[in-house]
Ligand binder design. Structure first.
Ligand code: FE
Length: 492
């Protein structure tokens, strides 16, 4: 593997204006075969890429305060016989339907979107939107749009029509949280080597309840346990190993008063506290062994983990860490983000020794990066390659404009950059059918092309991170969050 050339950091690799174009709403719903293609779609790339993210950044020209408050829109790219089909639909949440009908903002958002009218209309109004905008998974024969604050929405995998809400046979109650970051154990020892899905929910408060759910292939909840941990928790993602779930309790303080008074969104009341350590909460997956361990480590903030596995008596975890958490200020406009003023997310490796109660951290990649992805069969196992969205420049903080591949064994890296006009997000690694090498497959990503105000579906060769094909869509897709690839072809 060749190392990439270090790039100059004296000139910006982007303009704020170009970046802002990717945060325009996409109001139209499309359904078409993609015809404008550079290169060729590999004929053995077969299946469906589902992606979720905020499709609307305004409600009838009333701007929302933060993209995380934007209504969930699913994009679906179906690959079959060397062709690709595109479709997008908004998740028809109760709030989406009501707000579109009313033509105005009716709900408060977690990240600061307020109903017009200021403090008096927002005071003690705790009704939040379940905006279904964070992830989309296919499990148990159902396509589910996930948002961490409430129950999933069920969608038709062919039409993307919203069919209702999922309670997993009454395991969840109405409005109960179900995180947007499930992890898929490809071979669960407790289930005779069958795959299972592991997810969690957080009920925050002065002390926090963490619930763990494990679901079999049919979508049935087969294990469920709840734990109480001291302090407020802001936890977006977790990791699983063969025997454990690990949660990083970020060092934050929550002051609910401005939220209750209608002055701030709940997400704006979270303050990072660098004087507190981060705590790794280690919960056994086996419900018969429920002794949890809490290990203190260096202060930092984590949204996303890449993977974890057990090795030589330790738990090894790769995560994206920030030196601190940027606060969402009430009067601020996210479109004017000063990237230079924020700390970059960086890839770290942590070794947790449960016997000695110690955590050791090591920086793997200093370049600003996010949205880690890996071979799906290596979740809970030792991996060699990670794929991430990354900044174009090697140092500093900037929007994601590139994809990188990191070889965690040798430290070598490869970069594919869409700068200066292109902006990236989460890459998804798709193994080639019958491949034997870990990096034999494709990296799929959506790239916003600000020059043409449209998005491309980019297919990279995962081995050398070069472009195989660029599929030009007829429109843009606002910067999204998470998605998944499944081998099924859903075309009606
Ligand atoms: Fe996430």
């Amino acid at each position: 593997m060749q190392a990439y050339q270090a790039s100059s950091t004296t000139e910006k690799s982007y303009s704020l204006e170009s970046w802002q174009g990717g945060y325009k709403s996409l109001k139209q719903e499309y359904d078409y075969w993609i015809e404008d293609i550079e290169g060729e779609i590999p004929p053995d790339l077969s299946g469906t890429l589902f992606r979720n993210g905020p499709g609307l950044l305004d409600i009838n020209e009333q701007q929302i305060h933060h993209p995380f408050d934007g209504d969930g829109m699913i994009s679906k790219i179906t690959f079959t016989d060397g062709r690709a089909h595109f479709r997008n639909r908004f998740v028809q949440t109760e709030a989406y339907i009501k707000e579109q009908k009313a033509g105005k903002i009716l709900y408060r958002g977690v990240f600061g979107t307020q109903k017009p009218g200021g403090m008096l209309t927002n005071i003690f109004n705790f009704k939040l939107k379940n905006i279904a905008n964070t992830n989309v998974i296919y499990w148990g024969g159902k396509l589910l749009a996930l948002w961490e604050g409430a129950e999933p929405h069920i969608l038709d995998p062919i039409t993307l029509e919203t069919l209702g809400k999922e309670y997993f046979n009454n395991v969840l109650s109405e409005g109960e949280a179900f995180s947007a970051h499930p992890h898929f154990d490809p071979s669960c020892a407790m289930d005779g080597g069958n795959p299972c899905m592991v997810n969690f929910s957080i009920t925050p408060g002065l002390s926090t309840t963490i619930k763990v759910f494990e679901l079999d292939l049919s979508g049935k909840v087969i294990r469920k346990h709840a734990h109480f941990v001291p302090g407020f928790c802001f936890i977006h993602d977790f990791v699983i190993t063969e025997n454990y779930c690990v949660f990083f309790q970020n060092p934050v303080k929550f002051n609910p008063i401005p939220f209750a008074l209608g002055m701030r969104g709940a997400g704006e009341c979270i303050k990072f506290d660098p004087n507190q350590p981060t705590r790794a909460i280690v919960i056994p997956r086996n419900p018969k062994n429920q002794e949890i361990k809490i290990l203190e480590m260096q202060s930092g903030f984590v949204f996303h983990h890449a993977n974890a596995f057990e090795k030589a008596g330790e738990i090894v975890i790769d995560s994206i860490c920030y030196a601190n958490l940027p606060e969402v200020e009430p009067g601020s406009d996210f479109r004017q983000t000063d990237f230079d003023a924020l700390s970059p997310g960086q890839l770290w490796r942590f070794h947790l020794n449960l016997e000695q109660q110690t955590v050791q951290g090591k920086l793997l990649e200093a370049r600003s990066c996010e949205f880690p992805s890996l071979h799906p069969e290596l979740v809970t196992r030792s991996h060699r390659y990670l794929y991430l969205g990354a900044a174009h420049s090697e140092t500093g903080n900037a929007p994601l404009q590139a994809f990188i591949k990191v070889d965690v064994e040798t430290g070598e890296k490869l970069l594919w950059s869409a700068a200066p006009q292109g902006f990236t997000g989460e890459p998804i690694f798709v193994p080639r059918p019958n491949a034997t090498n870990e990096d034999d497959g494709w990296v799929l990503g959506l790239v916003y092309d600000s020059q043409h105000h449209r998005s491309d579906v980019v297919i990279l060769d995962a081995k050398n991170l070069t472009v195989i094909a660029k599929l030009h869509l007829q429109h843009h897709i606002p910067y999204g969050l998470h998605g998944n690839f499944v081998n099924q072809v859903f075309l009606g």
